[in-house]
Design a protein around this ligand. Structure first.
Ligand code: URA
Ligand code: SF4
Length: 212
């Protein structure tokens, strides 16, 4: 079955999902969008108000910044795939709760399995924790791990994948320092894409953090 078909089938299931309490508050499920054949996936946290209203990921102010950053390295949103850890908006944009992340987990895992990206960019601490846990690795604070090119074997993928954790773009809106980090990390992403540096010289978590 084609990747489009597989994603469409999964989307139909997720649109009806009531596995956690968030279904009661949503106006739309935000499944994710982009090219099924991309090698680059961006994973955020959860839909906000604009996303809940439109059913599309990253269309509010954080989304505007994310789109700018994607464009800044010569890509369009349609060239990548963008989704979130949670597919429904938490009330008042509160943080995702562990039971919600657990209930929603199979959907993101399946999306990654279908798309089989070469590079996963995690935006913020929730998606970073999700992916590090899927690699059986100890979660690291985002302030420490952001901008680090990792090569990880995720439980549900047959091959290793490049993981590049970054701050969440919402955190950059009112914080110039975080914004500079994001801009730097996108340059690193461009290097990874253009030269496949990461593919040739993988930096593993163990190598990076246990150097003494
Ligand atoms: N923040 C996210 O994490 N995801 C969105 O889709 C929008 C804002
Ligand atoms: Fe289902 Fe995920 Fe929405 Fe919860 S957040 S209702 S698990 S789709």
């Amino acid at each position: 079955m084609s990747k489009e078909k597989q994603l469409e089938e999964l989307r139909r299931v997720v649109l009806e999902c009531r596995k956690c309490k968030l279904w009661q508050y949503r106006r739309n499920v935000v499944f994710g969008e982009g090219s099924p054949y991309t090698s680059i996936m961006f994973i955020g946290e959860a839909p906000g108000e604009k996303e809940d209203l439109s059913g599309r990921p990253f269309v509010g102010s954080a989304g505007k910044l994310l789109t700018q950053l994607i464009n800044s390295i010569g890509l369009r949103r349609e060239d990548v795939y963008i989704t979130n850890v949670l597919k429904c908006r938490p009330p008042e944009n509160r943080d995702p709760e562990p039971d919600e992340i657990e209930a929603c987990r199979p959907y993101l895992e399946k999306q990654i399995e279908i798309i089989q990206p070469e590079i996963i960019v995690t935006l913020g601490r929730y998606s970073t924790k999700f992916i590090l846990e899927a690699a059986g690795t100890t979660p690291q604070p985002i302030s420490r791990i952001r901008g680090t090119v990792l090569r990880l074997k995720l439980r549900f993928l047959p091959r290793e994948v490049i993981v590049l954790p970054m701050y969440h773009p919402a955190a950059a809106l009112y914080n110039p320092r975080v914004r500079r980090y994001l801009e730097e990390d996108f340059k690193k992403l461009r290097q990874c894409i253009e030269h496949r540096i990461a593919l040739k010289e993988p930096v593993t978590l163990d190598k990076f953090f246990n150097t003494t």
